[in-house]
Design a protein around this ligand. Structure first.
Ligand SMILES: Cc1cc2nc3c(=O)[nH]c(=O)nc-3n(C[C@H](O)[C@H](O)[C@H](O)COP(=O)(O)OP(=O)(O)OC[C@H]3O[C@@H](n4cnc5c(N)ncnc54)[C@H](O)[C@@H]3O)c2cc1C
Length: 393
């Protein structure tokens, strides 16, 4: 009989196992359907793994239980996380402003320090868990073999980037043990946005450093500054993904300010090259395709009068993109929804099924880009491991 079976060797499962080891526990196993640990962790931060955020604000997460979320993150903080990685696991970290990365700027370093700290015999790979049943005072976890355990930890992730192993099967495992009203329906978060504006197709592949804001049903909901990438379906880039979190049912519009404070440059190009077409006059500052779209939107062929130039500038400051939806879960960085945090106690143990613990993205918690989602995986898994080790040691 194992003290614990951890289902999932992703960010949360690995951290949970490492924490158990640091508390002197060895009688546990980690099962994963993949042939190696941390497959999603490997692709985080463009392969560099932004592992946390020095300015983390717990108010920026979405969840059904903000108080419990704040308590979990306050009990294993960003500083505790960096300390654990540096002092216990031996990972050197480096900061880029408030974003924290492994010093090597490689996610493989994060996976390696976790993997190497956990005894090899605790891992069982290529082992997809299909069912869990409760028998008297323990659980039986079934994959190709059966594993009896006093405690089980569901660290199966959400349902985004399915090819990394998080295929949503964790929700089914939980649903077999918890009441149906314990779940918030899942949807993609931190995801690219689609547009129905056909005139924007020609911008596909263009990148702009600009400010963007999201207006939902007439109200501004969020704004971001950064790189905006136009694609064949709509818009992408970190700032777009951040806005995707605030989309509402109804009319959603992204308003782009392409020029910020640089409108004088536009005005002087138009004045200096007035003999040229507007597209050619602005060739050194704006892609011709964008100039053409903006001219078409304001209904002018060549900018001549002050009024026309003002309208053109206004359109560059307030360029609307109608949002028709988002890409699917498979392209989303995180899954919104999952098991309700409010169905778990302060140590993330099911309030109804004792011995059943949950951590990481499978819980209804999602944060913005910038290390928030990994911090949730680290904090929630440590809280679970600490509670289990208190009950055993
Ligand atoms: C492209 C991308 C970039 C990202 N970048 C960042 C970033 O830089 N910073 C940040 O904070 N967050 C980032 N995230 C989000 C972050 O990676 C996740 O929130 C985090 O990994 C979730 O951890 P988890 O352990 O809950 O789930 P996962 O890491 O997805 O791990 C779940 C594990 O469970 C296994 N599993 C699932 N079901 C079963 C089953 N039935 N039986 C056995 N095993 C099972 C899976 O194989 C998987 O290994 C990124 C996500 C993506 C997709």
């Amino acid at each position: 009989m194992y003290d614990a079976v951890i289902i999932g060797a992703g960010s949360a499962g690995l951290m949970c196992a490492a924490r158990l080891v640091s508390k002197g526990l060895r009688n546990f196993i980690v099962l994963d359907s993949n042939s190696k640990p941390g497959k999603k962790l490997a692709v985080t931060g463009n392969g560099r793994c932004n592992l946390t955020n020095l300015k983390l604000d717990s108010n920026l997460y979405f969840t059904d239980d903000p108080k419990l979320l704040d308590s979990v993150i306050s009990r294993f903080t960003v500083i505790d996380t960096i300390d654990f990685f540096e002092k216990t696991l031996g990972l050197k970290t480096v900061n880029k402003d408030e974003l924290v990365y492994p010093w090597e700027l490689k996610s493989s370093a994060v996976i390696d320090v976790l993997r190497l700290y956990i005894p090899q015999e605790c891992f069982v790979f290529d082992s997809k868990v299909n069912s869990i049943r409760k028998e008297d005072d323990h659980f039986v976890v079934a994959s190709d073999k059966e594993y009896p355990a006093s405690n089980i930890i569901i660290a199966t992730g959400g349902k985004s980037y399915v090819n990394t192993g998080s295929d949503g099967s964790g929700y089914k495992l939980l649903a077999s043990l918890m009441p149906q009203d314990s779940f918030v329906p899942i949807s993609p978060s931190l995801v690219q946005l689609k547009t129905s504006d056909r005139d924007l197709k020609v911008l596909s592949g263009y990148r702009f450093n600009c400010s963007i804001r999201l207006v939902c049903n007439g109200d501004e909901k969020a704004s971001e500054t950064g790189e905006l990438l136009f694609t064949d379906y709509g818009i992408s880039g970190i700032c777009t993904m951040q806005l995707s979190r605030y989309l509402e049912t109804g009319k959603n519009t992204v308003v782009v300010d392409f020029i910020g404070r640089d409108e004088d440059i536009i005005r002087s190009c138009i004045a200096n090259f007035s003999e040229r077409s507007t597209r050619d006059a602005l060739a050194g500052v704006l892609p011709g395709v964008l100039t053409d779209i903006v001219l078409k939107r304001i209904g002018v062929k060549k900018l001549i009068s002050k009024n026309e130039i003002d309208k053109f500038i206004d359109e560059l400051h307030d360029f609307s993109i109608n949002i028709s939806g988002t890409n699917g879960l498979d392209n989303a960085q995180v899954t919104r929804g999952g098991v309700k945090l409010s169905c778990l106690d302060e140590n993330l143990q099911s309030k109804l099924v004792r011995g059943l613990y949950v951590c990481g993205e499978v819980i209804n918690v999602d944060g913005p880009c910038g290390g928030y989602n990994l911090q949730w995986a680290w904090s929630s898994s440590v809280i679970v491991a600490d509670d289990i080790s208190r009950s055993i040691v």
